[in-house]
Design a protein around this ligand. Structure first.
Ligand code: ACO
Length: 432
């Protein structure tokens, strides 16, 4: 496979017998032992609950070095993309592997802009949800429902590209409609004269009664937030998209599954939990030390939300960008958020604490993102939806990479069974 070279064979001994396993080395010198032949040759499988040591694929989309705090999309450092790129440019880059030239970009933007309307019948679906429904549940259901309107791609590459455009175009509309439904306001239709991010903010905050102009700072902040969330290689939701996609499920079904995986508080749901935690600390007289102590106490299941990461054992580069964005943005907006001070204080205390240092627990992307979302008026229960909006191109890129891989096999891990050995069925009357 392109970009990957062979390393020296690894040796493994099982019951005194030696097995040779090939190794692969990635572009950035990451080493992997290819165990595909292990079971057929030795009868043994590898055991790795939580997959912390398992490479599920070879991918050319995103590179992360968690020890050094590096994140690159298709080779481009996240810091440069966050500073210079437009979100739709990054979508193109992730999905198609290269930065678009001006003509490709204009064509792509035009297509995404023109597919943002929802089928009118889909509006009826929103009516069926209670106002209290979490917008992530509405988003997942609506994205899966898109499959009812747009046919499967099978091997039709043109149709696959069209469905990719449809999905990128319609998810902001679905997300904004879900919000409007939850607050009892009329849906605001997409506008083709606005950019992707402006259009989303307009659909969220405009009302028919008056004109709404998207504040440029809101737009800038949203563009950066979406770029920072756009991909993160084989995380829980992306692996879910690949898992579902490996059964040849259609794009919409696969992405809806990713949305469900993202919802959990240990993954994308953490950004909502961070703000709830900071609010709780604020209402508790800002007693940061008390919450740091609670997070360290093994008898207490409280964790510092927005802290720690499976891959980053260093400061998450996205959190660094968001911290300085919050510092820059809030004063410019004249928005004095006491939760920003609490967050910074919490970080300072935690990063001096032996418990967090030893375990290499640093702020992750969710730690500061919520503070910026609040500053631009996004309600807390929409934070994870915002994450989904940002992660969409990453999910699509991984789904497409998998679908176009001729060596793709259905994802089907093995297990070590720990249940009872064979026993015979006992009728009710004889059970003790
Ligand atoms: N607060 C307190 N202790 C923590 C935290 C935390 N936020 N995170 C990890 N630890 C501790 C664990 O208790 C464990 O301690 P031990 O070795 O004494 O048992 C050690 O650090 C390692 O933690 P694990 O849970 O084994 O790490 P894992 O890689 O499985 O989990 C995760 C990573 C889920 C992100 C975890 O750090 C966590 O729960 N963080 C809070 C939730 C969060 O912010 N999630 C967002 C992640 S980023 C994203 O998805 C966008």
């Amino acid at each position: 496979m392109e970009g990957v070279r062979k390393g020296e064979d690894a040796k493994i001994y099982i019951d005194g017998k030696e097995y040779l396993l090939p190794t692969v080395i990635g572009t950035e010198d990451e080493l992997g032992i290819d165990i595909r032949r292990l079971r057929s040759e030795s009868g043994a499988i590898t055991l790795d609950p939580g997959y912390a040591n398992t490479g599920s694929c070879i991918s050319s989309i995103t590179y992360i070095n968690g020890e050094e705090g590096i994140l690159r999309y298709r080779g481009y450092p996240i810091e440069q993309l966050a500073e210079k790129a437009e979100f739709l440019e990054v979508c193109y880059l992730l999905i198609y592997g290269k930065l678009p030239d001006q003509r490709e970009y204009n064509y792509f933007v035009d297509k995404v802009t023109r597919h943002s309307l929802l089928h009118e019948d889909m509006k009826n679906f929103f009516a069926g949800f209670p106002n209290t429904a979490h917008p992530m549940c509405v988003l997942a259901a609506m994205v899966a429902s898109l499959a009812a309107y747009y046919p499967d791609e099978k091997n039709d590459l043109e149709l696959m590209d069209l469905n990719i455009v449809r999905l990128l175009a319609k998810v902001p509309t679905i997300a904004a409609f879900a919000y409007k439904k939850s607050i009892g306001q009329p849906f605001v239709y997409p506008r083709n004269d606005l950019s992707y991010t402006q259009n989303f903010l307009h659909m969220m905050f405009a009302v028919p009664a008056e004109e709404y102009k998207v504040p440029p700072l809101f737009n800038k902040a949203l563009n950066i937030l979406l770029i920072l969330h756009a991909d993160h290689e084989q995380n829980c939701s992306t692996s879910t998209v690949r898992m579902v996609g490996s059964s040849m499920a259609n794009l919409f079904a696969s992405i809806a599954a990713g949305i469900c995986a993202l919802w959990g508080p240990l993954h994308g749901g953490a950004n909502q939990r961070v703000i709830e935690m900071l609010q709780m600390i604020y209402e508790d007289k800002g007693d940061v030390a008390k919450y740091v102590a609670m997070a360290k106490d093994k008898r207490n299941n409280f964790r510092l939300m927005g802290f720690g990461h499976r891959v980053y054992k260093n400061y998450d580069p996205r959190a660094r960008i968001l911290k300085s964005l919050a510092d820059e943005l809030l004063p410019e907006l004249g928005y004095d958020d006491p939760l920003l001070e609490i967050a910074k204080h919490l970080e300072e205390v935690a990063l001096k604490d032996e418990y967090f240092l030893e375990r290499k627990l640093y702020p992750n992307v969710d730690f500061y993102s919520g503070i910026i979302y609040r500053a631009i008026g996004i309600p807390t229960n929409m934070f994870t939806v915002m994450f989904a909006l940002g992660r969409l191109p990453g999910w699509i890129a991984h789904w497409r990479e998998l679908r176009l891989d001729p060596s793709m096999r259905i994802h089907r891990p093995r297990q070590i069974y720990s249940g009872p050995s064979k026993r015979d069925y006992i009728p009710f009357t004889e059970r003790g």
